[in-house]
Each structure stands twice: as structure tokens, then as C-alpha cells.
Design a protein around this ligand. Sequence first.
Ligand code: NAD
Length: 431
Amino acid sequence: MSVSTPYTRFQTTLTQVMDMLSLSPEERTHFEKPQHIHKADILIRRDDGTEQSFPSFRVQFNNARGPYKGGIRFHHDADEEEVKALAALMSIKTAVVNIPFGGAKGGVQCDPKDLSSKEVQAISRAYVRAMLQNIGPDIDCPAPDVNTNPAIMAWMRDEYEKETRTYSPAVITGKPVSYGGSLGRDTATARGGFFILQEMMDRDAIDPSELKVVIQGFGNAGAHMANFLHGAGYTIVAISDSQGGIYSPEGIDPVRVEKYKRKTGAVAGEYCDYSGGSVCDLDRMKMDGVQHVSNAELLELPCDILIPAALDNVITAENAAKIQARYILELANGPTTPEADEILKEKKVKIIPDVLANAGGVTVSYFEWTQGRSGEQWTAQQVDSELRRIILEGYKSVRREARRKGMTYRQAAFSVGIKRMSEAMRVRGWI
Ligand code: NAD
């Protein structure tokens, strides 16, 4: 049996859709592997005076439609296979929402929890120096991803400008608003997913107050999504972070959860002490109508909408049959395996795939890049209304493709993306 990796999972859907579209062998070669894989060992001096090197990657998958675009992840599991898959997904994603970018991704294999802020800054600057020849406002524009944030983007822009002796705010997105960032970038990923969900519920004439939602992950994507949904009248019945989650059939107020998380470091921290394992105050939980759930249990809870907003590869052949949701909105990248996709299709669960559901982030990154190049500053209202227009156009093109071709939304999103990329390659004379 072949080993399943993030890249082989991407290839499974890719091959399915390329077959459905009867792509020529020549066209297929452009989708099957990245255009460039850059690797470098980053050497920094630790605070204790020792030197340490960290493997780092920048995978540039395809730039037929514009400069490469994609985040940089700092994570101990970030390896070439993972970064390759994420870069490939970025190429499809930018094409689905029809913004003028290609796809790329970066990663540094490190654990930021073990590093001081000074060490994180040294890694960020060294990464830019290592990739200097391969990035730039017209070449490849990185952005934040898991464990990277606006402060890191500011260090990276600063290093790029110093090394190239240029003024280049558009080299990187997700910067602090005070240093060339865009309003609305912090909430963009969740906001985009929320716009799609609202559109689907309107079309299906479903009242949000009748809908129960489960969210896995309470970081940038998950926490903002919880707030938007709560504000619009949906009932959030379960939320989790890496330590586990809480479930309350009567509903959870995400503002209170945010307070628990800030105070104790964990979503369930008000009730459970994780310092030596997990010990929960069951009496208090009972009084508040709350139960503790593991991340595995959370996915199988009774609900209407399930939102994976943390890790990849969590909805698999092992648990797909037990999922009770009618809709899955993938804010995380790659949360569902191809085997799970098949099972969920049989169960008629509607999946809004990552390449569409979480494309709000890269869409507002595009607005930031545009502002960086023109020197303009958009208002929050401008960002919101343009995001809504672009993400809903992406959603409508996917829905239309799904209906016409009898595809799942994931297949339809890949189909829309592949066709737009092929068209760009054709007019450029690559195929
Ligand atoms: P984040 O680091 O801000 O938050 C991640 C959350 O997941 C945290 O609450 C963390 O505790 C939780 N988590 C970690 N391990 C977990 C586990 N084993 N089980 C359950 N929860 C766990 O990251 P983020 O920016 O919110 O990104 C989350 C996902 O969304 C990733 O897959 C990322 O690629 C994707 N995404 C994010 C953006 C964005 O703009 N932030 C854009 C597109 C896609």
C-alpha cells in the first residue's frame, strides 16, 4: 500500500479532476510537480551562545497567472512534502477566486514554543536572506501561516528592503497595519468562509438560529469564525484547541471562551487543569451544562455544520462515517482525506473545500499587495465589500461547475482552478 502524504492526497483529487477534464499529457506535466523547490539550512545563534541550524523550504508551484503567493509556516512537522502540497493548493486557490497570483508556500522546521522572540526574529531574517533571489513583489510574495504573524512579516519586509536597498511594501503581506498591512487581513480568512456559509444558508432558506456548529481550532481562523457565527445567530455547540474542547448542546459564547483562553491558555481552561495531564472540575461543568471533549470526539458530535480550523488530515476513513454534520466548511488546509471524501459524498454531506472556504486570507493579501504597490490605504468597508464580491464569485463559479458536471464542490473547485491555470499557460504559449 502506498504511503499517504499531504502531497499524495492532493494528487488523488488532482488526478481525478484531470481525468474528468481529459487533460492532455502535456498539460498534466504542469500540474504534477512544482516549478521550483528551494531549500536552505538556516543557521542562527541561540540565546545561550550555541549555533543551531533549521531546515527551510520555499516551494513555487506555478506562476502562470501571476507572482507566486503563499504563507510561511514555522512548525516542527514542516517538511518538503507538506510544503509542496500547500503550494499546490495555493495555486488552485488563487485561481478559484481569480486573483492575479500563482501558488507557493514556505516552511521552517522549528518549534517556536522553544524559541525566544529574539531567536524567532533571527530565523525570520535568515530565511529572507536565504530566499532573497527567489522572492520579490513581482516574483513571489510570502505571507503568514501557522505560527507566523504580522510581527514576523514586518521583520521579513525590513530584511528584504535592507538587503535589496529598495522600498518594497508589496514583497510580503499580513504585515502590521502600521507598517503597510491592510485593514481586515486579520479576520479575512474567517470572514470569507462566513460570507460563503451565509450565502448557502440564504439559498437553502435555512434560518441560522436553527443551526448548531462545531469548530475545531481556536486560533486566527477558528476564533474569528466563532465570533462571526455567534453574532449572526448560529449556535456554537463545541469549540476546541490543541488541548481539547468543550461541548454544550445549549450553546457556547465565544467571547467567554476567549476570556478563558487568555486567562488559562486553553479553551477548556476554566474547567480543566492540563498542567499534569487533564483534570476537570466535573461538578462545575455539570452546573454550567458543559462537557469536556477530546479533539477526536468533537468531530463526531451532533451538529449541522462542522468547521475544521486547525490541522490537516483530521477527517479520515476512520471517522467519516460517524460525522453527523450536514455541511463541512474547511477553514484548515487539507483536513479531509480523499477516502473520507468518498464516504461523506455517499452520506450527502456538503463540503466547502479549503481552496474556496479559506481563500478570504489570500484575497485580502491581494488587496494588501495592491495597496503596497499603489500607496493607497483602503477602508475596512472597502476591504469587506470587495472580499464579499470576490469570494462569492468564486463560490458561484464552483457551484455552477459542480451542477453542470455532477462534481463534488472539491472536484468543481479543482476543475475551475485547473481550467483557469491552463488558459493562462495556453495564452503564454507554455502548452
Ligand atoms: P493558529 O496557529 O492561529 O491556530 C491554530 C489553532 O489550532 C489553535 O487554536 C491551536 O490550539 C489549534 N490546534 C493545534 N493543534 C490542534 C489539534 N491537534 N487539535 C485541535 N486543535 C489544534 O492557525 P490559523 O491561522 O488559525 O490556521 C488554522 C488552519 O487554517 C491551518 O490549517 C491554516 O493553514 C489554515 N488557514 C489559515 C489562514 C489564515 O489566514 N490564518 C488562511 C488560510 C488557511
